[in-house]
Every structure is written in C-alpha cells, then in structure tokens.
Design a protein around this ligand. Sequence first.
Ligand code: PEP
Ligand code: MN
Length: 717
Amino acid sequence: MIVVMQPNAGPEQIAKVEERLRSFGYTVHRSGSEQIVLGAVGTPRSIPDPRDLQTLEGVREVIRVARPFKLVNRAFRPEGTIVDVGGVRIGGDELVVIAGPCAVESREQLQVAAAAVRAAGARILRGGAFKPRSSPYAFQGMGEEGLVLLREAADEQGLPFVTEVLDTADVALVERYADMLQIGARNMQNFRLLARLGQSSKPVLLKRGISATLEELLMAAEYIVASGNPRVVLCERGIRTFEPWTRNTLDLSAIPVLRKVTHLPVIVDPSHATGIRDHVNPMARAAVAAGADGIIVEVHPTPETALCDGAQSLTIPGFRELMADLRIIAPAVRRHFSAPQPTLRKTQAQPLFARACVVGVGLIGGSLALALRESGVVGRCVGVDRPEALDGIRAAGVVDEVVPVDRLGEALAQANLVVLAAPVREIEASLRLIALHLLPGALVTDVGGTKQLICESAAQALPPSVHFIGGHPMAGSERRGASAADPLLFSDAVYVLCPNPGTPPDVVALLSQAIRAIGAHPLEVEPERHDRLAAAVSHVPHLLAVALANSVGRLGLQDALALRLAASGFRDMTRTASSPYPIWADVLSTNRVPIHERLAFVRQCLDRLEAAMDDEGQLQAEIEEAAAHRLNVPRAIPGIQRSEAELIVRVMDKPGAIAEIATALAREQINIRDIQVLKIRQDENGTLRLAFENREITCQAAEVLRRIGQSVRLRSD
Ligand code: PEP
Ligand code: MN
C-alpha cells in the first residue's frame, strides 16, 4: 500500500499516518522530500480499508499496489531514483558508461584498461576480483589482491569502481575497497546475499538472472531495498533463449518495461548479452536509443590473452569507437555525457614521500606543491623562496611552511623529495648548493623547460647517495605566482621525465606514480631528444611569432593600416610573442644548438615555399601537406580545460537579455562553463561567447536558444 501525502503535510500528520500503518503490522518506508510518499510493506495482521486512511489529515491519495514489488514500484517514487556512485549519478540526464575488463588479471592490464576507458569517457571502472565461472577449473579471479589493484587503478584515474561480490562471507571485504557492489546473474536469487547487501552502505548493481522474469528481477531488488538499501541499479544482461548464435539474447524491451514499472535506474550489459565482440557496439547503441540510463561494457587491452570473456571484450580502439557512436545517439534521446571532473582525490593512503621541499614557489612550484599535498603523495611540504615572496606564498596556502633561501639547508635536511621549480639557469646554479644538504636516498627533480644542461649538471653536482630525475610538466598558464597556483594544472598534461642513467627503476616508478596521482601522464624521454623536440614545437615557433609580430609591426610604423588589417589569424599566430622575456630567456639560451639547427630547417621550408610561388602545383602540394600534418596535432591543450565547441550568441542590448538566455539554459539543466561578452555597443546588438562542458551539451544549448528565438552560431575549435 502506498500513501501519497499532501505537499504541505506537516511532520505530525506524516508521523500519525505512519503510526496507523504500523498498527496494522506494516513496515513503513518514506520517499520524496517535498511531497512525502509512504510505502507500507510486509504482511499486515489485517488489511486496512484505503478509504479509512484517506480520511487522515494530510493524506492526498492511497494507492493499493497490486504488484508484489512495492518499494521499487514507480508509484513509490514517481520522479525516479538517481543512484550516486562515488559522485557519478546514474538515473539522471547523464548517460553513464561503466567499462573495464571482465576480470582483474594484473596491475598492468588493469592500469592500461582504466586509463584508456577513462580517457575515452567512461565514468565508472569495472573489473571482477571474484569471478563466478561455469567451470571449477577456470580462472576464479585474484580475490583481495584484485580489489587492491582495482582501488589503486580507480584512484589513479579518479573513477569509482564496481566489482562483483559472490558470497555473503566476502561482502565486508569487498565493501572496504569498492564503490559499488555487483550481484551477478547467477546470484540474482541468492536471497541471503540480497538481504546482506540491503545492509550495505554501498550502492548495488543487480544483474538480471539468466532465466529470470522482470518480476523476479524486481523482487530481487525489492529484497535489497526492503532490507534497508535503496541504492539499487538494475542491469539487463541478456537471457537464455533457444538461440545459440549469441551467448544470450538481449531483452531490449526490458528497458521501456522496467522504466515504466520501477523508479530504479536501468543499465544494459551488451557484452554478456551477446558474448561476441562484433555485436557489442550495435547492441550498446540500441540500448541507449531505447532509453537505458547507462551501459556496462567489457574492455581489455589485449582480448586475445584475456583470462575471462576475451571473445566479448572490446579492444581499446573498439571502445573509443563505441563512445564516439554513443555521443551521436545520446542527444537524440535527451541524454548527455559528462566529462570526468578533474578533481584531485586523495589517492594515496600512505604518502609516497613523507616530506617534500619545493624550491621556488611560483605558479608551477606552487601548483605542484598543492597537487602533491591534495593527492596525498607527500605528507608535509616546505617551500623555499626569496624573502620578499614569502608573505604572498603564505597567503596562497600552497605549502605547509615556507622559509627564506638562507634556511634552504634546514628545509632540505629532512626532505625525501626535492623539487627545483625555478628558471633553468637558477636550477643549474642551485644544484651545487643543495648538494651539501640533501638527505641520503633523497629524490631530486626539477621543472625546467630544457633538460640536457640540468641533467648533466645534476650528474656532476649531486652526490651518488641521492637520485636525480629531470622533469618537465607540459602545462602552464598565462598567470604567474603562487596566488595563481592550481592543483589541477597538470591534469591530463604530459609530464616528461629524464632519469639520470644511474637512477634505479623503482625510483623512476615511484616518481611516475606520484605524477599519475596528480592527474598527469609521465613520459620518459632522453634529455637530448626532449630539447631537440622542444626546439621544434615550442622555442622556434615562439621565435617565428616574434619575427612575424616584428615584421608587421615595423610595417605598421610606415603604414598604420597594416595593424588594422591584421585580424584574428595574425593574433593566433603571434600569441606567444606577448609573453614576457624572462619566461623565455633561460630556455632559449640553454637550447642554442637545437634551436639553430631547427631555424636552419625552417629556413629551408620557407625557401621551398618561396620557390613554390612560381609553381602552382608545388604550392598546392605544400599547403595540402601542412593541412594534413596539422590534423594530427592533438586538439586539447594539456592542463588547460578547453571547450571543443562554443556558442556565439547575438543578443539584444536590453535589460534581461542575458538573464533570458541563462534561464532558458538553466531550465534544461544546462550548465554554462564560461561566459564572455565579446562586444557591447549602445543601441546595437551585443555578442556573447558561451562555453559548455562538451560538444553534445553545446549542441543541446544551441537548440534550446534557437527555440527561444536567439540567433546562435556554433564555433568549433
Ligand atoms: C560480469 O559482469 O563479468 C559477469 C559475470 O556478469 P553476469 O553476472 O551478468 O554474467
Ligand atoms: Mn564477464
């Protein structure tokens, strides 16, 4: 029996109704916040007449639920349930993709899979540590070791994870590690296990049994909810039919049926449903089109070597393709994808380095200090800087303690990790100075933009009792100083590591782990190669920007029209020419030889182009080749969150114009990530630039704004 209260019913009225229901022998569950709904379940001593309950104060409606499932019945929570899994919400507008290997097999297998599925847009990691196998001789899973690896990989990627629990005896163990517990198809009617997970504080993924009806599935869910855990997600994973050409038969009609009769979210597992890799993508697309709240899919870096379910596991490129397909379908069924929020979660239970010392607490040093502390990589972090900078650094709160350079020795004497975060020449000069104070076994690294000079100097200056690994995070910002420090500065950035030849591999692995924990991607490169490539992709392009800006600027001295005609293309090409000299001084002067070599090569390219001016075919070939190369440049600038697409909206210059736009978007739950007024002139239209989370949302926003009559243009990167 379900009792719907009036929206304005008071607490005493609600309590009275609950009391009355209990007097019949019912157990009462509440749902709703503004409008309370009471679900009365159990076997009453006598069944009350709904008309009697209807007369109680504050009661709006009494519904007798004919179906045997009550608490998971949609009538009990008409608005639907959203299940939060470690911050990821299943059952809302977002389409949630859960992905990962069938079984955890090794750290490497899991780490590669986790990084790849996250990068492609999965929001939750999957992986079995306890495997229900049809044969007792098949791989049964890694057990607790697998759980440890899952936790580690999930944390490294900032994803929650789901894993199967096979037995009531394992629940406490699995609960300690996992963010969501899965009850597998074979256990759907293991009523003791269902009831035990009803007492869990973790959400549950309940898979449909191989020959279970939807009512049986819902009754299994009812067990969990009635035992006290309302956070249940249902999963259609195929049922056994007479059809032998697929492992199971995916019951797509389960999706609309379940969505009608229950308020619980419904996801689909196309992997177990089909058992065949080639059929996974089409069935996933169909599931999303049919209204599933998400999908769970098996992905393996090398399916051919998988210990379990290799034949149905997608490869990593296959998974990327699937995500690309779903991104097209989702908006058609009013669903969107969220980019994983780059938040730093404390990923290390124990700090990897008890004490760190950051020498030079500017933007990079400060951001690094913050990131290392927030991720739990370092226990305590001391900053060292010039006396005049100390107050600002203290105010920014990026380190636990900050000391002036004359107390450098003191700060270093206890540090297991030392980060030199100054310009290249200062780093080089400081190596001899710090050598006197370092703790034996300490790891020293730096963030300088050129690596050869620093790595060679370190090899000479530092005692053999310490380790040195040159570092260069490929992230930056136009802003400067500790006050602009951002712990997310390194998220998704490539972080170059140049270990000195004598550095043991486990020390390199330790620093790599630290770098992954702050969201960056460590990449080992020899110093000479780093500097040669940096000359090609950064230093020489900067010099070209300077040359271009000067060439047009000098022309502008003779003809002022020159600068007025130089529009956005010219600004783009010369952007780095605006950055102050000190930022470039050291990297340019410490990378002379590679820069000279590179400039000579660019000069050759210019000569070829000049010659091609008299040969149309050649010119066309040069230009087309450049366009092709440019397509291969990654779009996202590491470390900086950019929108793939933005909207340019022309707005009337009138009161409430922006409010109208913001309200229309808010009504559709669309979040504006960035807003900029590009041009406002009196009595003329203004122009707004709006940025959103991703391309789909941008397209949705465009549609919403067009519907309210705005003139909107999509601007793609
Ligand atoms: C699994 O998810 O790997 C699994 C065993 O699923 P099911 O219980 O649906 O077979
Ligand atoms: Mn499997």
